[in-house]
Design a protein around this ligand. Structure first.
Ligand code: ZN
Length: 188
């Protein structure tokens, strides 16, 4: 299959991202809103909170709703990827795009799900350093380079990897040859 055949394929518009920050933010709003009710009850004045604090119940509700939805999306993605891996009997070499097509989740989100599942100990895999394919059932011996600095979360362009003996994305020490990081699958 050429990579062109992937172009018109439908991927879920939902994203895989941590729900915990959103939920935490919702809890802060909820806490202050409840606090304002106590201030009202005991007639305690702090920046006038007792007179307007109850309005915070509205954002608290919607922010927490968003967090809960994200939580369910993440669970759904994790289940779909685990099923795809079970279908492959947890072995063999597979293209990330093929798994992404099957589950209808964008490849970069599938990568995030894979990392999470590996960290939780549900699955084992490494990347083929020549082809970038995912090899299921094989472990990677992660060796962190001492020179590694964690990159910023949002990158406008790929990081410079030439001449460095380690993956600039995850810090894994690289063998002298290869096009992909064995640990995180980044192109190097
Ligand atoms: Zn890496």
């Amino acid at each position: 299959m050429s990579s062109d055949s992937y172009k018109n394929r439908y991927y879920s518009k939902q994203k895989y991202e941590a729900a915990i920050e959103t939920l935490g933010c919702g809890f802060v709003f909820l806490f202050v809103a409840i606090l304002s009710l106590f201030f009202l009850a005991f007639n305690f004045d702090f920046i006038g909170l007792k007179s307007w604090g109850y309005w915070l119940f509205i954002p608290a509700f919607f922010i927490m709703l968003g967090g809960v939805q994200q939580y369910y999306t993440n669970n759904k993605f994790q289940k779909a990827v685990r099923v795809a891996i079970l279908d492959r009997s947890n072995q063999g070499a597979h293209k990330l795009e093929d798994i992404a097509l099957e589950v209808g989740i964008k490849p970069r989100d599938v990568l995030k799900v894979l990392i999470d599942l590996r960290q939780k100990g549900f699955i084992k895999y490494r990347f083929n350093s020549e082809t970038g394919e995912i090899i299921l059932g094989e472990k990677v011996a992660y060796v962190k380079s001492e020179e590694y600095v964690v990159p910023p979360k949002k990158l406008s362009e790929p990081l410079e990897t030439a001449g460095k003996g380690y993956c600039v994305y995850c810090g894994h020490q690289l063998p002298s040859e290869g096009n992909f990081c064995e640990n995180c699958g980044s192109k190097i």
